[in-house]
Design a protein around this ligand. Structure first.
Ligand code: GKR
Ligand code: MG
Length: 421
């Protein structure tokens, strides 16, 4: 079944002032929405990063996919590779967002088209996408409450008001957890750290533990802690954590920390490709891999990653960046197909107020996204909403995510230091 058209539409979605090791989120996150149209009139959907380098590769590759079979993902990869820049482009990289790494560019673009191709394949056959992945081993996928230190929208008129308000201390973090858990029913909690004094951030985890004793807890300072700090906080949080996510930089640093503490370490920063995974296994740096189909090579490659983790005795969880419902459904179909995925997945979805799907937002109930019997990813685009968010992209000043520069708008002397604490 031949592809007759490919549309790549960049959009800008409202994002709150979420704080992290690299600074602060800009008022808009960028996403690319892909529509792959088949000769049968059906349309395969996908969503990925909207930063300039990925968008450029997607846009330049798109027309070359016309005439290809929707089942020919190898042919699609060859075309992506043929359109990739041959020399470094001066690409802004954010280490805490692995999809922005230039070394992942071809994989990220391939991943994005793979989801749209598979969505079209599944719609053509009339089955949910998960069936192309071997079928569902679970019919709902648990996600975690992803807490952030943040500023209130009033910090700058460019930010849209959000229901969560300010969170710059433990009390406000607990309040944020209550709000998110009451609304979505999450059963595990992740705190994005690496922002304030690590002792205070650890106190916030202890406060969460006191209020939510039956929830699984994680903390992720995005490699912003030294070895000494990581060791100290490991001791302070002894017995509290489901896993310790990216406390300290480098594969060697993580290996040393694991050896010293015995704690299970998770990462989406020091293991972002197969070569790093090999080295991590040699050093025993990371015991839980945070997969993400957006930059690991798509849905099938992430299944292979799961099998590799299982073979080498590693756990598997799922990483996220700011995203809308098409990504959420791709993550859900993938996670539903992977036996080995035994942790609640990360999602930024509660932080996003925009949506481009008919019927609005994907429901999260009991902490889970449920699969349906609908074909493909099971969601349809609302073309008016897509046009509205594309218009927002056109007037938005952002073309590549840069949390450092955004932080410097508020704190001109602020510099990214790694590790800061
Ligand atoms: O959205 O600020 C953020 C996160 O810090 C994100 O960029 C990370 O990639 O969620 C991510 C993580 O788990 O490290
Ligand atoms: Mg992380």
């Amino acid at each position: 079944m031949k592809i007759t058209a490919v549309r790549v539409t960049p959009i800008a979605i409202k994002d709150p002032a979420l704080l992290n090791a690299a600074g602060v989120h800009e008022p808009f996150g960028l996403r690319s929405i892909i529509e792959v149209v088949g000769a049968n009139g059906l349309v395969g959907l996908s969503e990925t990063y909207g930063d300039a380098p990925v968008l450029d590769l997607l846009t330049r590759t798109g027309p070359s996919l016309v005439g290809l079979s929707a089942f020919d993902v190898h042919g699609m990869l060859a075309r992506v590779a043929a359109h990739a820049p041959k020399i470094a482009t001066g690409h802004v990289e954010m280490e805490l967002a692995p999809g922005s790494l230039a070394s992942n560019l071809v994989t990220s673009a391939y991943s994005a088209f793979e989801v749209a191709f598979m969505d079209l394949q599944a719609r053509t056959i009339g089955i949910p996408l998960v069936q192309l992945l071997g079928g569902a081993v679970r019919n709902k996928v648990p996600y975690s409450a992803y807490l952030f230190y943040k500023w209130d929208a009033s910090v700058d008129p460019e930010y849209a008001p959000d229901p969560y308000g300010e969170a710059v201390n433990a009390q406000q973090i607990v309040k944020q957890a209550h709000q998110m858990i009451d609304q979505y029913g999450f059963e595990s909690i992740k705190l994005k750290a690496g922002v304030f004094d690590p002792e205070k951030e650890a106190d916030a985890v202890l406060a969460l533990k006191a209020v939510f004793p039956n929830h699984q807890l994680r903390i992720d300072p995005n490699s912003n802690w030294s070895m000494a700090t990581s060791l100290r906080i490991a001791k302070k949080l002894d017995g509290c954590l489901e896993y310790y996510e990216d406390p300290t930089p480098t594969l060697e640093g993580m290996a040393e920390l694991h050896k010293a503490t015995g704690l299970p370490l998770a990462s989406n920063m020091v293991v972002t490709n197969w070569a790093e995974l090999k080295r991590s296994i040699e050093l025993n740096s990371v015991q839980i891999l945070l997969s993400d189909h957006h930059f690991w090579g798509g849905l099938r490659a992430t299944q292979a990653l799961a099998r590799t983790c299982q073979t080498f005795g590693l756990g598997l969880s799922m990483h996220s960046n700011s995203h809308l419902g098409i990504s959420l459904m791709a993550m859900t179909h993938l996670a539903a197909s992977v036996h080995h995925l035994s942790y609640a997945c990360d999602t930024h979805y509660p932080w996003q107020s925009d949506e481009i799907l008919q019927g609005g937002r994907v429901p999260i109930t009991g902490g889970c996204v449920h699969l349906t019997d609908k074909p493909g990813l099971g969601v349809e685009l609302d073309q008016d909403k897509l046009a509205e968010l594309h218009a927002a992209y056109n007037v938005c000043r952002i073309r590549t995510r840069n949390d450092v520069v955004q932080m410097q708008r508020f704190r001109p002397d602020w510099k990214q230091i790694k590790p800061r604490f």
